[in-house]
Design a protein around this ligand. Structure first.
Ligand code: SF4
Length: 366
């Protein structure tokens, strides 16, 4: 009988991880959010208010406004992150089945058969015809989101085994539903290839605001959004999986932050980094920022700063209303006291499409 083993990715497993997880922990999966439309109202829904119940598409953080004509943006993002596969998610992707199948076909065409694609879907819209369409498009792995406290659609899981792909169930571990898990495990045992258990995480959205009004939710610690009690229950569920000799993986919030996201970010940073930017240990881009008076000509000022502070051409650039430069030259520029400069600082930002600023440290202000 296989034991419960700690992985190097802050998670626990029985038997080996699913192929989709193998690539995910390396940061090698593109997250393709195919639609926010969904007929369900899960009280633990992690999807942001900007996306949920809206027909929007994102490739990682890149908004795709026109699926047919903007597919090149999905390809580009895949290349920038050096992804070797994609995880298609939503909403309920089956609401837009043709779009999902189109994405699978086009990604496989561009990156080859080996490009591994998995899909997350609730069971509500699942039927054999839809599964066949997904399988025929080239989907490698299907993961069902299941309501453990409502067996209405459970039988549909069996339909997926009619096709030669990997079939999994991926569910959050919800402490207040503890009594339901054993019954569900007994049902799925022998019917799926793997079970993924997700540590429950509080999201910053309206759904969770409501959930928090209805029940007392305590986070594990000040640094985490993981819900207290989820991990203890997950370990209990794993013990039961061990008795059943089920292939299972308990995926923590820390895995998502410290492995999946961090590794993806580092790969993207390497590919989008400009010569004047440095990459810090967490994969963030770090660079100097110069703000000028509103009347200053940015191009002329950049040239003057470059010459006066002896900055190589590639280490300084005009970006929008500001001048960006390598951090090694920031102090030198401050000492020059150029009249048009009103502020100099160091910025740290995500290397993602939205370029979220983590920190801005002003070092000089006029
Ligand atoms: S099925 Fe998924 S996207 Fe839809 S409400 Fe539930 S958690 Fe949110």
């Amino acid at each position: 009988m296989a034991d419960i083993k700690k992985t190097p990715y802050y998670s626990w497993r029985i038997h080996r991880l699913a192929k989709g997880c193998d690539l995910c922990v390396q940061g090698r999966k593109l997250v393709l959010f195919i639609t926010g439309l969904c007929g369900k109202r899960c009280p633990f829904c992690p999807v942001s208010d900007q996306k949920i119940y809206k027909d929007v598409i994102y490739a990682n953080e890149v908004p795709i406004t026109d699926f047919e004509n903007d597919f090149s943006k999905i390809i580009e993002e895949t290349k920038l992150c050096e992804a070797k596969g994609a995880g298609i998610t939503g909403g309920d992707p089956l609401v837009k089945l043709d779009r999902v199948c189109g994405a699978i076909i086009r990604l496989k065409k561009e990156f080859g058969k080996e490009f591994h694609i998995h899909l997350y879907t609730p069971l509500d819209l699942v039927d054999e015809t839809k599964l066949k369409k997904l399988f025929d498009s080239g989907l490698d792995e299907i993961r069902f989101h299941v309501d453990v406290d409502d067996k209405k659609h459970w039988e549909k899981i069996k339909l997926a085994k009619k096709f030669s792909w990997d079939v999994g169930v991926e569910i959050p571990v919800i402490p207040w539903l503890e009594e339901h898990y054993d019954k569900f495990l007994d049902f799925v045992n022998g019917k799926i290839d793997f079970l993924n258990l997700n540590e429950l995480e509080v999201a910053d959205n309206k759904v969770w605001q409501k959930t928090k009004e209805q029940r007392e939710i305590v986070c594990k610690d000040d640094m985490s959004y993981a819900v207290e009690g989820s991990e203890i229950l997950a370990m209990r569920i794993l013990e039961r999986c061990k008795e059943l000799n089920m292939r299972a993986h308990y995926c923590t919030c820390k895995l998502k932050d410290a492995m999946q996201m961090a590794n993806r970010i580092k790969l993207r940073a390497k590919n989008i980094k400009k010569p004047y930017q440095e990459i810090d240990d967490e994969g963030m881009l770090v660079f100097g920022v110069i703000k000028l008076t509103s009347s200053a000509d940015r191009e002329v000022c950049a040239k003057r700063i470059m010459l006066k502070s002896k900055i190589p051409k590639e280490m300084i650039a005009v970006e929008g209303r500001k001048i960006h430069l390598h951090i090694d030259f920031v102090e030198k520029v401050i000492k020059r006291k150029i009249p048009e400069i009103i502020e100099v600082g160091v910025m740290t930002k995500y290397p993602t499409y939205d370029g979220f600023v983590v920190e801005y440290d002003p070092l000089y202000e006029k």
